[in-house]
Design a protein. Structure first.
Length: 87
């Protein structure tokens, strides 16, 4: 039995969001009952895999530049992001 293809299209950022929504988020929801430490490890695995792939494509310095840009942006959002579990 063939699995249905998941259609991903749009800008690079839109495609990344669709990959998260269609592929990663269902796995996060399925794992959401796990203890907080395990959820942190789960997210760390996803992030590590993404940055490993980014390093392969952009080089270490390019990936580090992107990481710094993203973490700086995320740090500025502190007041906008409530705590809580993925819905």
């Amino acid at each position: 039995m063939d699995k249905p293809l998941i259609k991903i299209q749009g800008t690079p950022i839109e495609c990344g969001a669709q990959v998260w929504e269609k592929l990663c988020l269902p796995a996060v929801r399925a794992a959401s009952h796990r203890p907080q430490m395990e959820m942190g490890q789960f997210y760390a695995g996803i992030i590590s895999a993404a940055f490993g792939a980014m390093s392969a494509d952009l080089g270490h310095e390019g990936a580090m530049h992107m990481l710094r840009t993203l973490t700086d942006s995320f740090a500025r959002m502190a007041d906008e992001i409530p705590g809580g579990l993925t819905q």
